[in-house]
Design a protein around this ligand. Structure first.
Ligand SMILES: Cc1cc2nc3c(=O)[nH]c(=O)nc-3n(C[C@H](O)[C@H](O)[C@H](O)COP(=O)(O)OP(=O)(O)OC[C@H]3O[C@@H](n4cnc5c(N)ncnc54)[C@H](O)[C@@H]3O)c2cc1C
Length: 498
């Protein structure tokens, strides 16, 4: 009896200790922020998202450099949900999301209200890396090599691999000896596994003739378990890894709630930025460089507000042209096509899997279980034409989420909602996401006005090109072949053209 009591007490103390440690990860790092901003720095970095956090931290490694990072959003301790990866969908449309909507789409999104596509984007130190699914995917070696061949010197796969390795702290045991992975870098990479479905997805892939491959390793094509940026079960964003955990650098000032409205340009040289902080306008000079890392929507918007963009469009907006460049004219975005599969055993995740006492205990005590994964467990990269499988970048990415994604919670039209109300999120099953990796459709990003607070016009023109539709159909055919998990049920199509 005494022994049992001691064991119980030790377990309770361990859980409490882990609970305090785990939840406090993000909550004692505010000392990296600055109150007073000087008038001049060597470098000014605009946007402290995934990229800006790394750039600012790396520039500040040279003690001679004085660096300022300006982030429009708040600090990452403002929501406890940031650290729990499984909750990433719940961060959408909240305080830390810019929540953009596209123009009504002409070739897709017929199932959505007003044919609009919603674009979440993180508005917080850490940017979209604080609200994303955190699947760690470096990209295909063939893409990098193609960039280099097209003139992007220094961006070939052999050039970028050392930087991927430098950034990484691999936590997956069987990859620790791989020459494509490395321990000791700032960004942890772990596996997203919570259920026995993960192994079934691998089995299904093999039955379809694919190898089980490390998609961040030598060969991209094949099936694998999802790799995520997470350390001990907690989201590992680049802001935490590069700025928060290393603590305050004296030569790096980080200012949140600081919205950059325009670049100052003299004789075709950017010399400083105008920004708004606490409802006041400020200006800061950059002696060496300004780095615009405000994300794929705000960066082109800021360039155009500053006179860099298509001359005619800027004139329409009443903005004097500084450089007539095709900013915003090559907008491209991939889509995900979600397919539901029912299964006949209760081995998948469901809403109750995330809230059960066992899930909480697993997460807080061991950093594992449903809350520590991003909801997805299986990943595949495939070519549509198997003959070129070894030789080129993949055409499709498949992400397999181990729960039924409830479509009824999306902005779907009422008639679509009715069709899917029957598909309860508590039903046993999984969701197969088909993603086109090289969309051919091209759209446009334009200013709505010359007011920096107005959201820009986004028109990706999804599925304008027939090849994009063909890619999705090919992905659906692969999903249909999947007989490894029995009782596979019918698919759902939200983008109406297919
Ligand atoms: C919901 C979602 C899920 C995703 N899932 C994955 C995934 O699983 N795997 C993956 O690899 N990728 C994923 N992505 C994509 C990935 O998160 C982005 O590609 C990446 O974070 C982009 O980094 P960035 O630095 O370019 O932009 P961001 O990280 O978006 O950073 C831009 C920053 O600039 C700030 N900013 C904007 N305008 C201004 C301004 N005027 N002044 C000052 N600051 C400004 C923003 O607030 C933001 O913090 C996902 C994205 C989303 C939205």
């Amino acid at each position: 009896m005494a022994n049992k009591l001691i064991t119980l007490s030790v377990t309770v103390i361990a859980i409490l200790y882990m609970l305090i440690c785990r939840t406090s990860v993000l909550f004692d790092q505010r000392d990296i922020l600055c109150d007073i901003i000087d008038d001049e720095y060597d470098y000014v970095v605009v946007g402290g998202g995934t990229a800006g956090s790394v750039v600012a931290a790396r520039l500040a490694e040279d003690r001679e450099n004085r660096v300022l990072l300006l982030e429009a959003g708040g600090f990452y301790d403002e929501s406890w949900m940031f650290s729990i990866l499984a909750l990433w969908p719940m961060l959408q449309k909240g305080q830390h999301d810019w929540a953009y909507y596209t123009e009504p789409q002409r070739y897709s999104h017929f199932g959505f209200k007003d044919n609009l596509s919603y674009w979440p984007r993180g508005r917080v130190l850490g940017g979209s890396g604080m609200i994303n699914g955190a699947q760690y995917t470096r990209g295909s070696r063939y893409d990098f090599d193609e960039w280099a061949a097209n003139g992007c010197e220094g961006w070939g796969y052999k050039d970028v691999l050392p930087y991927f390795l430098k950034a990484e702290d691999i936590q997956i045991d069987n990859l620790k000896t791989s020459k494509y992975h490395k321990e000791g870098g700032p960004m942890a990479v772990s596996e997203s596994v919570a259920t026995s479905l993960a192994n079934l997805y691998m089995k299904a892939g093999q039955e379809l003739g694919y190898n089980i491959t490390d998609y961040n390793g030598g060969e991209h094509i094949g099936f694998n378990k999802i790799q995520i940026n997470s350390r001990g079960g907690t989201r590992e964003s680049s802001a935490v890894a590069y700025l928060g955990r290393p603590r305050k650098k004296e030569n790096l000032d980080i200012s949140i709630n600081s919205f950059v409205t325009k670049l100052a340009i003299t004789d075709k040289t950017a010399t400083g930025v105008y920004y708004v902080r606490n409802n006041r306008k400020y200006f800061v000079r950059a002696k060496k460089e300004i780095i615009i890392s405000a994300g794929s929507v705000n960066s082109p918007q800021l360039l155009m507000l500053s006179g860099i963009g298509p001359k005619e469009h800027l004139e329409e907006m009443g903005i004097p042209s500084v450089a007539d460049l095709p900013v915003g004219l090559n907008l491209q975005d991939h889509q995900v096509f979600l397919l539901h599969s029912r299964i006949n055993r209760s081995i998948n995740l469901s809403p109750s899997s995330f809230t059960s006492p066992w899930a909480l205990m697993q997460y807080y005590a061991f950093g594992s279980g449903p809350l520590a994964c991003n909801g997805g467990e299986g990943s595949a990269f495939v070519n549509i034409d198997n003959k070129v499988q070894e030789m080129s970048y993949p055409d499709l990415q498949m992400v397999i989420y181990s729960y039924i994604i409830p479509f009824t919670k999306l902005d779907v039209k009422d008639n679509v909602r009715k069709d899917f109300e029957a598909m309860d999120e508590n039903v046993n099953g999984f969701t197969f996401g088909v993603i086109n990796t090289h969309p051919k459709s091209r759209g446009i990003l334009k200013l709505r006005s010359n007011d920096p607070f107005d959201y820009p016009i986004l028109d990706p023109q999804y599925l304008q090109e027939q090849t994009d539709i063909d890619d999705f159909i090919a992905g659906i055919r692969i999903w249909e072949k999947n007989r490894s998990v029995r009782n596979t049920s019918f698919a759902l199509m939200l983008t109406g053209n297919v």
